[in-house]
Structures are given as C-alpha cells and as structure tokens.
Design a protein around this ligand. Structure first.
Ligand code: ADP
Length: 484
C-alpha cells in the first residue's frame, strides 16, 4: 500500500494518544483489502486500560482547548481541512485499499468528510449564547453555550473518513476533546486523520485515535468512564441500543446515527430516466453499503414494467472490480457476512415468488464480489421489507395509490432517509409531509451534505450531524441568573 502513496508517511499503524504514537498492549490486528483478501497493515490493538489512559489525556487537553478563542480553533481546523484536501488522492487510496469502494468514490468521500471540518471551522466563531429579559426588575439572565467535555466516538467501516469528521469537526469546533475508536476493518483512514491533525497543529490530546479489535470492551469503557461526557455512535440499531443502555448509568449524552430502511418511491408522473439515475446512485453507491441507500423501491403500477426495464439496463452497465482499477464502478462487499446477508434476502424473495431480473449471484471474480441485482414481484411479507440488506440488491415493489405507498413506506421501525420521484406539486407536498423520516429526497437520490442536518427519527437515531444544528450536540447550555 505504501508504494501506492505519493506521501508514504501518511500510512500510520500506531494509536495516537495525547500527541504520541503508541503501540497496543494487545499487539496488533490485521487490516485486509476486501478486493484482494491480502493483509495490508498490522495496526496497534489497544487494551481497555490504554483507552482509559487516552480519556485522561483528553480530559486534560480539553480544559486548555476550551480556552482557545473560536477564531483560534477555527484556524487550526481550517489547516486540518486544507491538509485533507491537499492529500485527498492518498487518503482515497488508503480508503479504497481497506474498504473496497472505487477510488473516485473514495476521493469523493474525502472531500465530503473534509467539508465537515471546513464547515465547523467556520461555525467555531459563531457559538452564540443568548440574553433573556429578566423575570424580576433586578434580574439579568444570560445563556452560555459551553463544550460538553470529552466526546468519545464509535464509527463503522462504510465511511471510514466521513463518519469521523462529521463528529470530530463539530466536537473540536465546540471546544470538546475527541477520542475515536474506528471500526477494526478501517482504522487506517482514521489514523491518517491523526497524522494530519498533528501537522495542522491540533494540540496534543485534543484528537485521539484508539484502534482496538475489542469493540464491546472499548464501548464499555466509553460508557463507564466518568471522564467521557458524550458518546457519539454511527452503526446498527442493535449496537446503538446496547450503548444507550450502557450509557444510562452515567446519564451520558448520546448521539446515535443508526440503521435505515429507506423507501424509494416512483410515482407514475415521475421523470423515469431521472428516477432511474437517482435509484442507481441511491442504491448502488458504495455497493449498497450506506445507511441511506434505497432498501425498498416502490413503483406505481402504471410505470412498473418500464422502470424495471430501464433500471435493469442501467445496472447491467455497472463495472464490478477492484476499486483501485480504472473504470470500476462497484467494488467488493466488506466481508463474507455481508455476502451472506444479500444471499439471505435474495433467497427469501425468490422463495416467496419474486423473480430475478438481472444479476442474482456471487460475481465470477470470487471473493466478496456480488453481481448488482434487480428483483421484481417483491412484497411487504419478504425480509427485505423489514431489514436493511446493505448490499447490491434492488427490490421492486408494486403499488397503486398514494395512501397505500405511504402506509407501506412508514411500516418500519426505522426513519432515516426516504426518497420519491413525482411532479404533481400537491402530491409532492403531501408525500413529503407524510413520510416519517428525518431526511426526504424529492426527485434526487443524493441527500448528504455538510450544510444540512443529517439524522433519523424512530429507531434510526438521536441527534443531528451537519449544519448549524450539528454543533449543538457538543454544547451544553448554562444560564446565569444575576441580581443587580
Ligand atoms: P456495522 O454493521 O456497520 O458494522 P455495527 O453496529 O455492528 O454496524 O458496528 C458499528 C461499530 O460499532 C463498529 O466499529 C463496531 O466494531 C462497533 N461495535 C460493535 N459492537 C459493539 C459494542 N457492543 N460496543 C461498542 N461498539 C461496538
């Protein structure tokens, strides 16, 4: 991997704690390239005690960091952003090597991830409090916004850069210190952020990366250590529930970005070509491994066959392969379990009467490559209606009326992202308002941006990331009541 980088020094394999690069008490764990199956790095495997030590360092550093002016913090964050962008190609290569997504998508993720650092660098100067007219003649009321303290993060492998920057950007801007435990599949993309943070002048202890193969032990340390005042998690609803329960004992503030089960609805007045384009991006980006990927595609009866045909034709043009090769649009799945999940959902669809329109089996390339797949005749009784597939399986459901599809779309415990394509203005309003989701894409399949509040309702999560709302999750309000 080093030989692929313009600057090989970006490849860090030790943990970064209190401004020091440290070895793991538990030796190392291997990071593999999902496209080739080979080990690309051995990364420091930290013990729970080492993570506790990192929290102590973060606590001390946070007290100083909070004293910096917003402008001072902004200048450092801005340098961090500039360094990410200047090294985007190398960061992208590291990301593709450990995660599998095509290089253009990986470099795109670096720009997306960096945009949160840029945005929150700007916000650091605008953490405004409030004055409230007193309730008695002698009273003056002031509201301060102060950093929560140390924020600990647990993040998944599907966006190894952006899921961290989305949290670290607002945390550092607010004056919090940060301890990141990246997914064990993708620690290199997190560690390179530490390399660049150091170069940017982020003070020692303010941004720490603690790789460890022992996810649940580290999760317990984060929840039980009184030095941690905020837990921010992106991952499955299942693990989110565990962490929320663990965090309850300390009444810790939590942000949770959890699973989705996104409906993607095509009405009969939609621009079908635009809907196909949106569905392709929304379903097959990152090989279907995003929490906002379309999981259920509902198509109105009158355009069902035409849409299915156009979608299958577009899917047939996808080019599956190693993400580091030119022209590849679709990489491997992250691991064998991911392939199993796709096969399980696919088998369930065909057993219950659905049909494969295109794809439908592991790819001839072997490993964890899978053929991008479209299935028709899918119904609410099938597993894919209830669970996230997290893979390249596009299931097409048929519906007749607006009320029917709204009911089906909302019939889930999840509420992250939903999409629909339609032109009639009153229908657009009615459907956008009726969908029980935190994010609704209308006539677009891509909704992620640093300027908007990303997050779910129902069992898809708590809190928002991005936008001026995103920083609130890292701030406490204090009101001062003064008698004059
Ligand atoms: P995904 O399907 O994206 O891997 P998970 O929720 O399983 O979703 O994992 C998200 C992150 O949470 C990963 O970094 C994983 O290692 C970590 N994780 C899994 N189980 C636990 C746990 N019990 N406590 C803390 N972190 C966990």
């Amino acid at each position: 991997l080093k030989s692929l980088l313009k600057n090989p020094e970006l490849l860090a394999t030790k943990a970064y704690i209190g401004g020091q690069w440290v070895d793991g008490d538990n030796g190392t764990f291997a990071v593999t390239n999902p496209a080739r199956g080979d080990v690309i790095a051995e990364v420091a495997d930290l013990s729970r005690a080492q993570v506790a030590g990192a929290i102590v360092q973060a606590e001390a550093a946070q007290k100083e960091w909070a004293k910096y002016t917003g402008k001072e913090r902004a200048a450092i964050l801005r340098r961090w952003y500039d360094l990410m962008m200047a090294n985007a190609e190398d960061l992208g290569r590291i990301l593709t090597a450990e995660q599998g997504k095509p290089l253009t998508e990986a470099v795109g993720e670096i720009a997306y991830g960096a945009s949160f650092i840029e945005f929150f660098a700007e916000e650091a100067k605008r953490i405004y409090g409030e004055t409230i007219p007193g309730h008695q003649r002698d009273k003056r009321i002031t509201v301060l916004k102060q950093p929560i303290g140390v924020a600990a993060s647990i993040t998944p492998w599907n966006f190894p850069n952006a899921m961290i920057t989305r949290k670290a950007g607002p945390a550092l801007a607010a004056g919090c210190a940060f301890v990141a435990r990246p997914a064990a599949e993708t620690p290199l993309s997190a560690l390179v952020l530490a390399v660049l943070a150091e170069q940017a002048g982020v003070p020692a202890g303010v941004f720490n990366v603690v790789p460890s193969s022992r996810a649940s032990e580290i999760g317990k340390e984060f929840c039980e250590n009184p030095g941690v005042r905020k837990l921010t998690f992106t991952g499955s609803t299942e693990v989110g529930r565990i962490l929320l329960k663990q965090a309850a004992d300390q009444v810790m503030k939590c942000s949770m970005e959890l699973g989705g089960n996104a409906p993607f609805i095509v009405f009969d007045d939609a621009d079908l070509d635009a809907a196909v384009e949106g569905a392709m991006l929304c379903k097959f980006r990152n090989n279907g491994q995003t929490c906002v990927c379309a999981n259920r595609i509902y198509v109105q009866a009158g355009v069902y066959d035409a849409f299915a045909e156009k979608l299958a034709a577009a899917v047939a043009k996808l080019n599956v392969g190693d993400g580091l090769n030119d022209g590849v649009t679709t990489g491997p799945l992250i691991n064998a379990e991911a392939v199993e999940k796709v096969l399980e959902h696919l088998g369930d669809v065909t057993a219950k009467g659905g049909a494969v329109l295109t794809g439908g089996k592991p790819h001839a390339l072997g490993g964890t490559f899978f053929e991008p797949t479209v299935v028709t005749g899918v119904t609410q009784e099938m597993k894919v209606a209830k669970e996230e597939t997290f893979g390249p399986l596009a299931p097409l459901f048929k519906f007749d009326t607006v009320d029917e599809v709204i009911h089906m779309a909302n019939d889930t415990i999840f509420g992250l992202a939903a999409y629909f394509y339609a032109k009639d203005l009153s229908r657009v309003y009615k459907v956008a308002e009726a969908l029980e989701y935190g994010i609704v894409g209308v006539n677009t399949g891509i909704i992620s941006t640093e300027v908007a509040p990303f997050g779910g309702i129902k069992q898809s999560g708590l809190g928002r990331e991005g936008s001026h709302h995103g920083i609130e999750d890292y701030l406490e309000m204090k009101y001062i009541c003064m008698s004059v």
